[in-house]
Write a protein that binds this ligand. Structure first.
Ligand code: EPU
Length: 421
C-alpha cells in the first residue's frame, strides 16, 4: 500500500506527454474477443485497470503479451467461465465482456461488476439492447447470465446515453445477422475509438461520432492493429495542474477538440490557452476567476470525469462558482476532504454545491475516495501550503499512468511512500 506525500507551492513548468485513454482501451481489449486472430494495440497505458482486464481475459483463455505500452492478444480457445472473482467485483468496466462473449461464444455469466456502485438502472441499459438483439436473460438478479443462439440485427433506442451500454450493444451487433440501428447512443471519443477499431477488424459501423449508429452485421472479424487515442481526461487533469500552480505546461498527444467544453470553462477562469492540432499550452493567469456554473453532461458537454479536478481549481478562484454533478450522487464527496484543507463549500444537495474562493488551502492528511476525486486531491495539494498526505492512492493508479512521475518531471514535489497495513 502507498500514500502520496505532496509539498505544495511549486509552479509546474515543461512538457507532458499524455498516455493512451483508459476508457478507450478497456472496451477495445474486450473487443478483441470477437476474433480468434491476433490483434495488436499500441499506446496502451500501464495502469491497474488495464492489468485487471488482461487478467480476466487470461482466465478465459486469452494469450496476451503486454510490453512497452503494446498489447498483443490472441483469443483462440476461449472457455465459458462464471466470472466471479475479485477483479470483476471491483471493476465496473468488466461489464464490457457481456457483448463480446455473447457474440463469440453465445453465453456470458458474471457477478455484478463493481459491486454496489453499479445500480440496477445501469445493468438495465446493458441488458435492454442485448435482449433486443436476441439474447435470453437467464439471471439478472443475483448476477448476470445471458445466452444467445443467434444474435439478429434490429432497431434499438437506447434507454439512456450510456457509454459502456453503447459499447456492449455495438460489440454484440457487429457479428449479428442483418442490420442494427442504434439510436440515442453515447458518442464520447472513447466510443468513437472503439468503432474505429471494430471497423479495422472488418465490422461495418456507420455514423461514428453521432448519436445514431448503423451496423451491418458481418460473419467474421479479423486481425487488426490500432493505436489507442490520447486520454483527454488525463490531459484535462494536467491542464488544471498547470493552472492551479501558477504554471505553464505544454500538453501533447491528444485531440484538443475532444475537450471543447472544458477549454471554454478554463478560459472563463482566465487561463491562457494555445490550442494546436495535437497539443495545448496551458498558462495560468495572475488571478483565477470563478466560473458561474460547471454542469456535467454527456459528450460533448462538460465531462463528469473532470468535474472534481475543475472544482479543485475553483477553490483558488476569485468569486463564487456553482457545480452541478448530474451523474453520480457520490461524486461530490471529495469536497468534504477539500473543506478540511480550507476550501469554502456550501452543499445544496448530493448533486450541487457552491464554492466560494479564493481559499488558502493547507496541507494535512486526506483520503482519496475514487479515481477522479483522488486526482482532484493531488491538484489541491499541489496548490496548498505545506505537506498533504493522500491515502487510498490505489484509486489514482487505476486510471493515471505514472501520475506522480509525470508531475515530478514538471517540477512538483511528490513522493510515493509505502506503509504497512
Ligand atoms: N450521465 C449524466 N451526466 C453526465 C454523464 C452521464 O447524467 O455528466 C448519464 C448518462 O447519460 C447515463 C448515466 O449517466 O444515463 C450513466 O453513465 P454511463 O452509463 O455512460 O457510465 P458508464 O458507462 O458506467 C463510463 C466511464 C466512466 C464515466 C461515465 C460517464 C468507462 C469504462 N467508464 O461509465 O468513467 O464516468 O462513462 O462519462 O468508460 C472514470 O473514468 O473515472 C469513470 C468512472
Amino acid at each position: 500500500m502507498h500514500n502520496f506525500i505532496v509539498e505544495g507551492g511549486h509552479a509546474l513548468k515543461g512538457v507532458v506527454d499524455i498516455s493512451g485513454s483508459k476508457n478507450a482501451v478497456l472496451p477495445i481489449i474486450c473487443a478483441t474477443l470477437l476474433t480468434n486472430e491476433k490483434c495488436t494495440l499500441k499506446n496502451v497505458p500501464n495502469i491497474a485497470d488495464v492489468n485487471s482486464i488482461i487478467e480476466i481475459l487470461r482466465s478465459l483463455g486469452s494469450e496476451i503479451q503486454f510490453e512497452n505500452n503494446t498489447v498483443t492478444i490472441q483469443n483462440k480457445n476461449l472457455t465459458l467461465k462464471n466470472l466471479s472473482g475479485n477483479l470483476v467485483a471491483k471493476m465496473r468496466a468488466s461489464i464490457l465482456l457481456l457483448g463480446p462473449l455473447l457474440a463469440r461464444i453465445g453465453e456470458a455469466k458474471m457477478n455484478f461488476p463493481g459491486g454496489c456502485v453499479l445500480g440496477k438502472r445501469s445493468v438495465d441499459s446493458h441488458t435492454h439492447s442485448l435482449k433486443k438483439l436476441g439474447a435470453e436473460i437467464l439471471d439478472e438478479k443475483k448476477g448476470l447470465h445471458l445466452k444467445a443462439k443467434k444474435l439478429k440485427g434490429t432497431n434499438i433506442v437506447m434507454p439512456e446515453m450510456s457509454v459502456t451500454a453503447t459499447e456492449n450493444a455495438l460489440m454484440a451487433a457487429v457479428l449479428a445477422k442483418g442490420v442494427t440501428r442504434l439510436r440515442l447512443v453515447a458518442c464520447e471519443p472513447h466510443v468513437q475509438d472503439l468503432c474505429r477499431f471494430l471497423n479495422k477488424m472488418g465490422a461495418n459501423i456507420k455514423g461514428v461520432g453521432t448519436h445514431y449508429l448503423t451496423i451491418e452485421g458481418v460473419k467474421k472479424l479479423h486481425t487488426a492493429e490500432h493505436r489507442i487515442i490520447g486520454d483527454y481526461l488525463e490531459a484535462g487533469t494536467f491542464a488544471i495542474a498547470s493552472a492551479i500552480t501558477a504554471g505553464d505546461v505544454l500538453i501533447r498527444g491528444i485531440n484538443p477538440v475532444d475537450l471543447d467544453s472544458f477549454w471554454q470553462k478554463l478560459e472563463d477562469a482566465g487561463v491562457e490557452l494555445k490550442i494546436e492540432k495535437n497539443s495545448v499550452r496551458v498558462k495560468a493567469p495572475k488571478r483565477l476567476k470563478s466560473v458561474k456554473m460547471i454542469k456535467t453532461a454527456v459528450y460533448p458537454g462538460f465531462p463528469t470525469d473532470l468535474q472534481a479536478p475543475f472544482v479543485a481549481l475553483m477553490t483558488k478562484a476569485n468569486g463564487v462558482s456553482k457545480v452541478f454533478e448530474t451523474l453520480f450522487e457520490g461524486r461530490l464527496n471529495y469536497l468534504f476532504e477539500l473543506e478540511k484543507m480550507g476550501a469554502h463549500v456550501e452543499f445544496l444537495n448530493p448533486h450541487q454545491a457552491i464554492i466560494i474562493g479564493p481559499a488558502k488551502l493547507k496541507g494535512l492528511p486526506i483520503a482519496s475516495c475514487d479515481l477522479r476525486a483522488g486526482a482532484a486531491m493531488v491538484l489541491a495539494a499541489l496548490a496548498a501550503d505545506g505537506i498533504t498526505e493522500i491515502s487510498n492512492i490505489r484509486y489514482i493508479d487505476r486510471g493515471y499512468e505514472n501520475f506522480d512521475q509525470k508531475l515530478i518531471s514538471l517540477g512538483a514535489k511528490i513522493e510515493r511512500v509505502a506503509f504497512e497495513v
